[in-house]
Ligand binder design. Structure first.
Ligand SMILES: [Zn+2]
Length: 201
């Protein structure tokens, strides 16, 4: 039942030298000397950091959807507080937070916790918008695992908001994506929301 996603275009490899050249231009642009001692290795370091933070662009998220075998479980599964770190595509600034995933398994197909975390990470390690990240995780889980319903909630703090501009320190953006049974049945959805948010009070 696994289907490959985004097989049409093969992702381009990272060009570390090109990123480093760009970082050197930023340093010059802000009035720094890229050759001074403290900054000599900065372009290379930043290039490696961006390669890591965009590693998900070069991964197939469907690879992480490998159901655990021999299960009869068909009650709602909720995995809370998966740490996510992503890059906002408007500012290339990090946004960090928590991802919560709820799903109702079909025919006992459930997913190990580490696979779920890897799925979230594969999508987070791309240039993202929080809304898109949320729906990409939900859609892939729904298409590949084929559960009865999926709900994904992400709470994140965007450094492009908290470090600059309006400086809303601590402001948290909450996004959600709801599919299948959760969409049709308000009671199931309410139950999932209560379980996701309940423990924090
Ligand atoms: Zn931003």
């Amino acid at each position: 039942m696994r289907r490959k996603t985004n097989k049409t275009t093969k992702p381009r490899a990272v060009d570390l030298d090109q990123i480093a050249d760009g970082v050197r231009l930023i340093l010059e642009g802000v009035g720094e000397d890229p050759n001074r001692e403290g900054l000599v290795d900065t372009p290379k370091r930043v290039a490696e950091m961006y390669a890591e933070l965009t590693a998900g662009m070069r991964e197939d998220p469907a690879e992480h959807i490998v159901p655990l075998s021999g299960n009869k479980h068909d009650e709602m599964v909720i995995v809370k507080d998966i740490s996510i770190a992503s890059l906002c595509e408007h500012h290339l600034a990090p946004f960090v937070g928590k991802c919560h995933v709820a799903y109702i398994p079909k025919n006992g197909r459930i997913l190990g916790l580490s696979k779920l975390a890897r799925l979230a990470e594969t999508f987070a390690r791309r240039l993202q918008l929080q809304e898109r990240l949320t729906s990409e995780i939900a859609n892939t889980l729904f298409e590949q695992l084929q559960p009865l319903g999926v709900m994904v909630v992400i709470e994140a703090e965007h450094t492009c908001m908290t470090l600059r501009g309006v400086r809303k320190s601590g402001a948290v953006t909450v996004t959600s994506a709801v599919l299948g049974g959760f969409r049709k049945d308000p009671r199931t959805r309410a139950e999932a929301i209560a379980l996701i948010t309940g423990q924090k009070k």
